[in-house]
Structure formats: structure tokens, C-alpha cells
Design a protein around this ligand. Structure first.
Ligand code: RB5
Length: 160
């Protein structure tokens, strides 16, 4: 799979650790910053924007985003149509985010989990298949909401 990875300043060391692991796999990894030795703070929505664009456009199969809690990245990247991001904090949520939600973006909190556990969650998330069935019709309902909101917003634009 092609996987885009990014973090803010709070997630930069964990991002490097995860990328070192991913580089040992057969996946193609695109690192969208920031460098582990960079100084100063950045804004997580800027990095969610990059990875969200890559996933929503289909240029990559999956995304991994890391900030302090995983929450800001998850809120931001879920604004993209077609993105199903999950903030994962244990083995169960890592598995369920794939099995039931077909999550295509994984959000991790560098200040809430240690590096090795985070890699364990990544492994589970990359190897768990979506279960389809009743879960597919729920995802279809999410797509319906996205389409309705998008047509509402287009209609508002046309009346400006
Ligand atoms: C940065 O201090 C922090 O707010 C950010 O990494 C993230 O946790 C936001 O959700």
C-alpha cells in the first residue's frame, strides 16, 4: 500500500519511530514532515490538510497522522470527503477502526501512548480487513451525508 505519514511538533519523534518500522515493510511510505530534529511548533491542521488531500484524491491508499493526542489531527482530516479517520488508543480500537469502520487514516497521540505500543497499533491497523456486510451499509450512510452537505454548500455558493 501507499501510505502518507505526517505529524506536528508533538508527534515528530513518534512519526520517525513509526516510519523506521514502516520502512522495514513492503509498503510505500511518503513522509510529509516534520523532521524529528526540527525546532519550534507548527499547526496540526496544515499536516492533516496534506495527508487528507492525498487520501481523498486516491493518490495514496492510507494516511497516518500524529499529534499530541491524535484528536486535533482526527478532527481536521475528517473534514475531507471519503476520509474515515480514527483516533486509536488501544489494540481494540485499532482493530475495530478497520473491521467496522474501514478507517483509511490512523490518528495517534504521541503524548498518550509509548512508541512501541503505537507501532503495535499500526501493525494491527494495517493487517485488519474491513468486515463488509452491515458495516458497508453504514459507511454508505456516511457517504450520503457527505453528498448532501456538499450539494447544500454548492447551492449556497450559487446564491452568493
Ligand atoms: C500541540 O501542543 C497539541 O495541541 C497538538 O499536538 C494536538 O494534541 C492537538 O490535538
Amino acid at each position: 500500500m501507499k501510505i502518507a505519514v505526517a505529524s506536528d511538533h508533538a508527534g515528530k519523534e513518534l512519526k520517525s519511530y513509526i516510519i523506521d518500522f514502516l520502512n522495514l515493510t513492503n509498503h510505500e511510505i511518503l513522509d510529509y514532515g516534520i523532521a524529528a530534529d526540527s525546532v519550534g511548533s507548527v499547526d496540526y491542521p496544515d499536516y492533516a490538510d496534506i495527508v487528507g488531500s492525498e487520501v481523498a484524491s486516491g493518490r495514496v491508499d492510507r494516511g497516518i497522522l500524529i499529534c499530541g493526542t491524535g484528536i486535533g489531527m482526527c478532527i481536521s482530516v475528517n473534514k475531507f470527503p471519503g476520509v474515515r479517520a480514527a483516533q486509536v488508543f488501544d489494540e481494540f480500537t485499532a482493530r475495530m477502526s478497520r473491521a467496522h469502520n474501514d478507517a483509511n487514516v490512523l490518528c495517534l497521540g504521541a503524548r498518550t501512548i509509548n512508541h512501541q505500543r503505537a507501532v503495535d497499533f499500526v501493525k494491527i491497523w494495517l493487517t485488519t480487513e474491513f468486515e463488509e456486510g452491515r458495516h458497508r451499509s453504514r459507511l454508505n450512510k456516511i457517504s450520503t451525508i457527505e453528498k448532501r452537505l456538499s450539494s447544500l454548500s454548492n447551492a449556497n455558493d450559487n446564491h452568493r
